[in-house]
Design a protein around this ligand. Sequence first.
Ligand code: HEM
Length: 393
Amino acid sequence: MTVTVERLGADYFQDPHSVHARLQAQRPVSPVIMPGGTPAWLVTGYAEARAALADPRLRKTMPGWHPEPDSIFAALDLHMLNSDPPDHERLRRLVNKAFTARRVERLRPRITAITAELLDDMSTQPEVDLLASFAFPLPITVICELLGVPVADRDDFRTWSATIVSDTAIPGVFQAHATAMIRYFMALLAAKRHEPADDLLSALIAARDEGDRLSENELVSMAFLLLVAGHETTVNLIGNGVLALLLNPAELARLRADSALIGGAVEELLRHENPVNNATFRCAAEPVEIGGVRIGRGDPVLVALSSANRDPSRFGDPDRLDLGRDSSGHLAFGHGIHYCLGAPLARLEAEIAFSHLLARFGSMRLAVPAGSLRWRPSTLIHGLESLPVRLVP
Ligand code: HEM
């Protein structure tokens, strides 16, 4: 049988689910062409995705995959999500403690206060862009405070980071924004070294300066990863989640009627409309067979998390949003050694965000036709450009 190679482009950004469903019905691993022209394997089946994420032969570090060590871009590259053991373990261990469910629970009062403040501001306007007014400022404020990054600079990172995760950035713009991000972190870390504060970046500088556990580039890369992963994702859990609820009014009413559903609802919203569409690239360090498909040495592999989460062999009637279903085992936070470090923080933020938003506004509806909403041009991130809503207390 001839296999057609799927080109991932504008249509895929706008509706990844129908592309995934079509590919998944044919085979669990398909050849694709990325928007930039690179060929890759897309793993769409649930069992195969889970196996691929846990397979040590699919690695993050391969010759030719990373910037030269003396290039300025090495300063964004040496983080845990781009590393294999043993570096991965060393880098993750340095920050693990700050993100455990117990430590994160201590942030509940502050996250609740930030949420209340944002909702107060929104209640003065009949119509808002929920992303700009709520879904973005909440997680970015939380992660900035945790790291010790000035919240006032958030619009700058939003621009730089959106370019870095986009698949359609013009090379010159990508270069300029990545360089701006690196310079920003270098200056911030220099200032903190001079005047440490009670924050995670100061703690990481102390860990680095006490021994050779973190190189300077690893330090900048860690700050970059935590800041970008800490907000590019949760913003879309809130945005995609609110949209899914607005498009499924019976489920929204169910959640309003029973606040105890919130924990399961967050899991189902993660499963149903993944904030991270595909995991980051892996590379086959040796020939590997997944789902009966032979992947050659050096081939790039992309695990389609949102496809796995809608695999009918794992989740019955997968396209249906059902806040009461058991969504456990979903892959929205990945799987294996790179399983999301920030999952407890993301869950807490989402739980507070959804429950307070619904409690404050008894009525909420889309301010534009659903068909006019646009998704961001990224194969990695699945998030809306904007979400105009009308709110009534
Ligand atoms: C809804 C929100 C979030 C989602 C859906 C999400 C999703 C993911 C996924 C899928 C991965 C694995 C990627 C891969 O294997 O290629 C990951 C890794 C990671 N996430 Fe999250 N994330 C979220 C929030 C956060 C937050 C709030 C932080 C806080 C700093 C964070 C920090 C990280 C880090 C550091 C890694 C790399 C872990 C490693 O390589 O060991 N994430 N995340």
